[in-house]
Ligand binder design. Structure first.
Ligand code: NAD
Ligand code: MG
Length: 390
């Protein structure tokens, strides 16, 4: 902490599921944090209300057209109002001790990178950043001495039990997956599923995009790629295991056969609290784990035929280069189309697969390169979408 009693905190994506959980913890521990900047994409009223409640210095709305509305909502306060990508970057660049990176999708990459370049602590929920620019982001983390704390529950679990000083003693990491709302179903039975069914996750309450990613298991695929960048391991040392109760959040297996795991109720406020308080601990008002009540923890292998997105993501990691960025962009386009009722659930993987096979996979050398690849993959995915949409 640079101030005596509190940490200065910026929340990118403050109106989302992770952003609101973060602010819930801050509200309950208001003496320990001072909010500097809050950002959102389109929910002006909500953003303004949060900025006023937390006494933020700056509120940023992603959609530039909404800046006048934000200004009106903040009239009479001393809170600055900015908009667009430049505004998001400005929010990330304001001096703080921590930045919570909780924008969804590749849209969070530039602001997250700006926070990393300040060399501060970045609590990273926005996994798509690592998927589409993992090498570049980790290079910047190193170069600027930033501390990257994984908020994603699996990676947060691994972070808590990974022996970074003796990484050669690690044999593999095991990412657990709930299996989502369609666990156990075959591909043919998924032909008619609706967005409402896909976003109804059995254990976790999350934003729409990640909920669909959980239903297709692309989320676990993105997490395999995320894990590869976050931890000093090889690509073939990452395994996925279905664990429907979402109690074990992930595991590290060591060369002597020991397996260390982190357990807890499925509530993102635990990994968020861990990241906000690190290296200390803070109270989180989550349901305590009642193992006797739960009774049994079960495990199964993932079905890569029904959940082809997981297979595609693992393959993209093996291929390397631009493949993960292409996979991510195509998936973002396909999920948006599915949520809008323009694409069948089972065709999300088809759009991703076709886009991957028709794009050049040369590795990005710079951030602008990543966005060129991202744009190209989005155009290509949109073209395939025309073919697959109903
Ligand atoms: P969400 O959709 O609930 O919220 C996303 C936030 O980002 C909102 O504040 C929104 O205004 C903002 N945003 C969206 N598009 C934007 C754009 N183009 N420019 C600027 N801001 C934009 O999403 P979420 O569930 O909170 O997830 C956020 C990130 O955290 C995702 O990368 C997700 O994969 C990751 N994550 C979420 C959970 C979870 O439980 N929700 C768990 C692990 C990881
Ligand atoms: Mg996760």
């Amino acid at each position: 902490m640079t101030q005596e009693n509190y940490k200065r905190l910026t929340v990118l994506g403050a109106t989302g599921s992770i952003g609101l959980s973060t602010l819930d913890l801050v509200r309950r521990n208001h003496n320990n944090f001072k909010i500097i900047s809050l950002t959102a994409y389109s929910r002006v009223e909500e953003l303004a209300a949060l900025a006023i409640e937390f006494g933020a210095e700056l509120a940023v709305i992603g959609d530039v057209a909404l800046l006048p509305e934000l200004k009106v909502a903040l009239a009479g306060t001393r809170i600055e109002a900015h908009a667009g990508e430049a505004g998001l970057i400005e929010a990330a660049e304001r001096e703080t001790d921590i930045v919570m990176a909780a924008i969804v999708g590749a849209a969070g990459l530039r602001p997250t990178m700006a926070a990393v370049r300040r060399g501060v602590t970045v609590a990273l929920a926005n996994k798509e950043c690592l998927v589409c620019a993992g090498d570049l982001l980790m290079e910047e983390v190193k170069a600027h001495g930033a501390t990257l704390l994984p908020v994603d529950s699996e990676h947060n679990a691994i972070f808590q039990v990974f022996d970074f000083d003796r990484a050669c003693g690690v044999e593999k990491i095991i990412l657990t997956a709930s299996g989502g709302p369609f666990r156990g179903r075959c591909r043919d039975s998924l032909l008619e599923v609706t967005p409402e069914q896909a976003v109804a996750h059995p254990n976790w309450d999350m934003g729409a995009k990640i909920s669909v990613d959980s239903a297709t298991m692309m989320n676990k695929g993105l997490e395999v790629i995320e894990a590869y960048h976050l931890f000093p391991i090889e690509k073939d040392q990452i395994e996925v295991l279905i664990h429907p109760q979402s109690v074990i959040h992930s595991m590290v297996e060591y060369t002597d056969g020991s397996v260390l795991a982190q357990l807890g109720s499925p509530d993102m406020r635990t990994p968020i609290a861990y990241s906000l308080a690190w290296p200390e601990r803070m109270h989180a008002p989550v349901k305590r784990l009642a193992l006797a009540e739960i009774g049994a923890l079960t495990f199964e292998e993932p079905d890569l035929d029904a959940f082809r997105c997981l297979y595609l993501a693992k393959e993209a990691l093996k291929t390397g280069g631009a493949a993960p960025a292409i996979l991510n962009a195509a998936n973002e386009v396909a999920v948006e189309a599915f949520l809008a009722g323009r694409l069948r659930f089972v065709d999300i993987s088809a759009v991703v697969s076709e886009t991957l096979s028709s794009c050049d996979i040369k590795a990005p050398q710079s951030l602008s390169n990543v966005f060129e690849i991202d744009n190209m993959a989005r155009r290509e995915a949109a073209r395939w979408l025309g073919e697959w949409a109903h």
